[in-house]
Design a protein around this ligand. Structure first.
Ligand SMILES: NC(=O)c1ccc[n+]([C@@H]2O[C@H](COP(=O)([O-])OP(=O)(O)OC[C@H]3O[C@@H](n4cnc5c(N)ncnc54)[C@H](O)[C@@H]3O)[C@@H](O)[C@H]2O)c1
Length: 264
């Protein structure tokens, strides 16, 4: 028996086979779940879908559907959930695995954070943090028996990681969103948690200034003296999305080789 036999859920978004969302999808599928994935349509929706689909093929995931979703557009969210309702009827879980900030303001240069323009701040917070509220709001009616929602965050929400800048502020908002949503949706038996992952080489991570230093620092300082694999985030996701974690909500779990636990 798989831990997630018969469960259905949504993962937004995946870009390619490196995406944390693809690794989470692979793990929950191995445990018996069926998944619908989102992808960012961008300028060339067919190409984006092809690349995301290849990401699933890499894991041999064949029973999944995909639909476009740009979370900065309410009509996209509506259309994505209309597909989810049609394909699944009800769902058991939702994975928020997406973020964006203008890479010009993710630099380690002195003054880079202080120079963050209002529009760059708004866009980063809208796409990376507000979207958890809008996706949870759309998902809740599809979870009549309750469900589990998770979102991906990073230690830069809590401590200064040079170069993470406005994304750190967005992740702080994301983590607070998860706690308030956990409280608001608790009576509906919907749990909301976050996973704080150590650095992983993905498309988004490559846009963060000083990422190589984060990898090197983790190896030096973390109790496990190595960086994590995206698959390890996937395994923790199985715990949070399955009934194994039925009593856990409003929580943040670190999958970071223990990096956050060390002061010096
Ligand atoms: N890679 C890391 O080191 C790391 C560490 C901790 C947390 N995270 C978080 O994990 C999540 C997944 O990122 P990833 O590292 O797998 O990179 P990724 O590039 O594979 O995934 C990021 C996703 O965000 C999507 N996205 C960007 N703008 C969007 C928009 N307007 N609407 C909808 N989707 C949009 C992209 O299309 C992509 O699918 C993000 O929240 C990221 O901040 C990543």
């Amino acid at each position: 028996m798989g831990l997630m036999d018969g469960k259905k859920g949504l993962i937004l978004n995946i870009a390619n086979d490196r995406s944390i969302g693809a690794h989470i999808g692979n793990n929950v599928t191995q445990h018996g779940a069926t998944v619908g994935y989102g992808f960012l349509p961008g300028d060339n929706p067919e190409k984006s879908e092809r690349r995301a689909r290849k990401g699933l093929d890499a894991f041999g995931v064949t029973n999944a559907w995909m639909a476009p979703c740009d979370v900065s557009r309410d009509e996209d969210i509506e259309a994505f959930f209309a597909v989810a309702r049609e394909k699944f009827g009800t769902i058991d879980f939702l994975v928020h695995s997406l973020a964006f900030a203008n890479p010009n303001y993710l630099k380690k240069d002195e003054g880079n954070f202080t120079s963050t323009p209002r529009e760059v701040f708004k866009q980063a917070l809208d796409i990376s943090a507000y979207s958890l509220i809008s996706l949870a709001r759309a998902a809740a009616p599809l979870m009549p028996q309750g469900g589990s929602i998770i979102a991906m965050t990073y230690y830069g929400a809590e401590k200064v990681i040079p170069g993470y800048n406005v994304m750190g502020v967005a992740k702080a908002a994301l983590e607070a969103n998860a706690r308030y949503l956990a409280f608001d949706l608790g009576n509906k038996k919907i749990r909301v948690n976050t996973i704080s992952a150590g650095p992983i080489r993905t498309l988004s991570a490559m846009g963060v200034g000083g990422i190589d230093e984060m990898f090197a620092h983790t190896e030096r300082k973390a109790p496990l003296h190595r960086n994590i694999e995206a698959d390890e985030v996937g395994k923790t996701a199985v715990y949070l999305l399955s009934d194994l974690s039925s009593g856990v909500t409003g929580e943040n779990i670190y999958v970071d080789s223990g990096f956050n636990s060390v002061g010096l």
